[in-house]
Design a protein around this ligand. Sequence first.
Ligand SMILES: [Zn+2]
Length: 141
Amino acid sequence: MVAQIPLVDYLVLDDEPRLVSKQCVTCGARFFDRRNACAACFSTAGFDDVDVAREGTLTAYTIVSHAAPGVPVPFVAGVVDCDGTSVRGNVVNVSPDPEHVHLGMKVRLTIVSAGVDAAGTEAVGYGFEPIEGSAGSGRER
Ligand SMILES: [Zn+2]
């Protein structure tokens, strides 16, 4: 059994992976990074941990064909609306081309291995993969 460590602290690896956002107790705005005050309403009243929906809709994407050395290209960088929470993440397990990736496609959270170190600990990030059945509808556009 390989130990798994999330790359970002808002990724929780339970039986099913999920993202946990900080939700402003004053206005309900959600953020993924640690903050001392809300960027939306400037409240310092604090934040609650809130689970983000595991499925969502791709609302923006870019097919990245040039990246830093060592980063495999092309890949799809996207923004997914998860039941009202906007999440940046790569679209994975799909051919990175406009034929297979389209706005409005349904995707779900999945984990992506970022490598295993010498001690056998696996670093795990997240991405979004197409939900079966939604593939192919992009041909109508
Ligand atoms: Zn706020």
